[in-house]
Design a protein around this ligand. Structure first.
Ligand code: GDP
Length: 525
């Protein structure tokens, strides 16, 4: 059946890393293999350099680039790969978290010199929420990095996931010779800046003297020792454990030299999951079901401030999406027709007539859609698993132009729907507080409110530690809690109750005093 075939062909994944580990470089090499781009340098880094923090042109440029490269579709060996880009800058971490809700697996890039870094750890936590399968690519082997065993231990320890090397480096840095693929039992010799990628040299028996001829006796002996150790220490690679998110296969390479990338890609298409089943509030929806369903995970404002068009990113979860058909918008309980849908290819967007599970479709929207919305062909339940995370920085919005309070309200509301930041409204005095992951967002919001909505505001820092979504089985106890903490109770954009904690210690105290209340750091629990 066509639907089953299309599903079997698709792999939708994201590349994540701490900034500078090599995500952009790896993306570009993957696209080169897919024939999606012709030359190196075509993929723009979506990075915001630190010095450009208050350079609005730079931020605007970033917005442009991130639309262009947010989703890159390409074909490789008969497989349709959808690569979702994630912003590297930590201030946009929330955007990355949400993008991860739309992928079926991830490739995590780790710099062999720096090892596991802070952003990698945070991203891994998000992957763990949905047991997303992870493949690690340890990059920059052409540099003197850390000992590979040490790196593997660090991944297991800091990322709390078992690892299983599927390739192994032969030396490193200046003396880097290449990698031995434990998966294919083949040797791949390193050569800087490779254009052509040769097939590996098959080495059925690790004691074969071909190895000595190619990499020298000393390195061959070391490799034999390493392979013996790895095969002894690590259990055999299990695809099932990988698919359950319990074990991460590890590859070594050098993205900038196009080394180890093809091996990664070849293994990826063999083991990475096809589009997965997804939970709605009501039931599990299988990708192979006839009826279309999907959800919005990202909204991007149009670059032209005069036209308030937005592009909503829809992940197809089941059935076939067809342009021009009416679909049900569950939150608004109405039917909408999508005559203007685009697919994302490597560098361009092109109109699509149909899309399949795993695909990402860009939909032009004039304000009907927001992040987390479900569209379907009649199905009622909303997809779960697109939570908001507690922000880390909180500021009160103060209107500076009384004549423009309507514009401010509208602008704030729309920017929040785009997911730029989160808005909390205090029960007492209706004080409006914007929460973000990074400081940069406040500048973006202020700038966009002024330029797109003509509203001026300032932000006043608040001493808040976390937003905790609260719940309680016992309504009376919840009411009591709200009453006693009234000054710290707010509502999020969906009207959910939030307790705004001022400090970690205070939160701990409140938790001890009110043990019946559930405290959550994400909006979905
Ligand atoms: P991102 O921030 O994760 O997207 O990282 P980039 O792909 O922009 O790479 C950061 C820097 O590392 C760039 O200067 C790259 O040229 C460099 N880089 C990427 N891969 C390698 C590699 O394999 N070896 C070395 N030596 N440098 C690399």
């Amino acid at each position: 059946m066509k639907l089953e075939q299309e599903i079997a062909k698709r792999r939708t994944f994201g590349i994540i890393s701490h900034p500078d580990a090599g995500k952009t470089t790896l993306t570009e090499k993957l696209l080169l293999f897919g024939g999606a781009i012709q030359k190196a340098g075509a993929v723009k880094s979506n990075k915001i350099k630190d010095h450009a923090k208050s350079d609005f042109m730079e931020i605007e440029k970033q917005r442009g680039i991130s639309v262009a490269t947010s989703v890159m579709g390409f074909d490789y060996e008969g497989i349709k790969i959808n690569l979702l880009d994630t912003p590297g800058h930590q201030d946009f971490a929330e955007d990355t978290y949400r993008t991860l809700t739309a992928v079926d697996s991830v490739v995590m890039v780790i710099d062999c010199v720096k090892g596991v870094e802070i952003q990698t750890e945070k991203l891994m936590e998000v992957c763990r929420m949905r047991n997303t399968p992870v493949i690690c690519f340890i990059n920059k082997l052409d540099r003197e990095g850390r000992d590979p065993y040490e790196l593997l231990d660090e991944i297991e320890e800091k990322l709390n996931i078992k690892v299983r090397p599927l390739s192994w480096p032969i030396s490193m840095g200046k003396t880097f010779k290449g990698v031995y693929s434990l998966y294919n039992k083949s040797l791949h010799l390193f050569e800087a800046s490779r254009r052509q990628v040769e097939e590996g040299i098959e080495i059925e028996d690790i004691n074969d003297t071909v190895l000595d001829d190619r990499i020298g006796e000393m390195d061959a002996a070391q490799l034999r020792e390493d392979v013996e150790l790895i095969e002894g220490v690590y259990p055999e690679f299990s695809i099932d454990h990988y698919l359950e998110g319990k074990v991460a296969p590890v590859f070594f390479g050098s993205a900038v030299n196009n080394f180890g990338v093809k091996e990664l890609l070849d293994t990826f298409i063999k083991i990475a999951p096809t589009p997965k089943a997804r939970e709605t509030e009501e039931r599990t929806i299988q990708p192979g079901e006839d009826k279309f369903s999907g959800f919005i995970f990202k909204i991007h404002a149009n670059m032209d401030p005069k036209h308030r068009n937005r592009i909503a990113f829809l992940r197809v979860c089941s059935g076939k999406f067809e342009r021009g058909r009416n679909y049900h918008h569950i939150r608004q309980d109405k039917n909408i027709r999508f005559s203007n849908a685009t697919a994302f290819m490597a560098q361009d967007r092109e109109t699509v007539d149909e899309a399949w599970p795993g695909d990402i479709v860009g939909i032009f929207d004039t304000g009907n859609l927001k992040i987390g919305d479900t569209l379907s062909e009649g199905e009622k339940g909303t997809f779960k698993g697109i939570p908001s995370f507690s922000p880390e920085i909180f500021k009160e919005v103060v209107n500076l132009d009384a004549m423009k309070s309507k514009q401010l309200e509208k602008g704030l509301y729309q920017l929040m729907e785009e997911g730029v930041a989160q808005l909390f409204t205090f029960e007492m005095g209706a004080k409006k507080v914007v929460g973000t992951v990074g400081a940069l967002q406040f500048e973006v919001i202020q700038h966009r409110l002024k330029h797109e909505y003509g509203a001026t505001c300032k932000f006043v820092s608040l001493n808040l530690y976390k937003a905790c979504w609260i719940a309680c089985q016992d309504k009376k106890k919840l009411d009591e809690f709200i009453k006693s903490k009234y000054r710290h109770i707010a509502r999020d954009k969906d009207g959910k109750l939030v307790f705004m904690a001022e400090s970690r210690a205070w939160l701990q105290m409140v938790q001890d005093n009110y043990p019946d209340i559930e405290y959550h750091f994400t909006s979905e629990f």
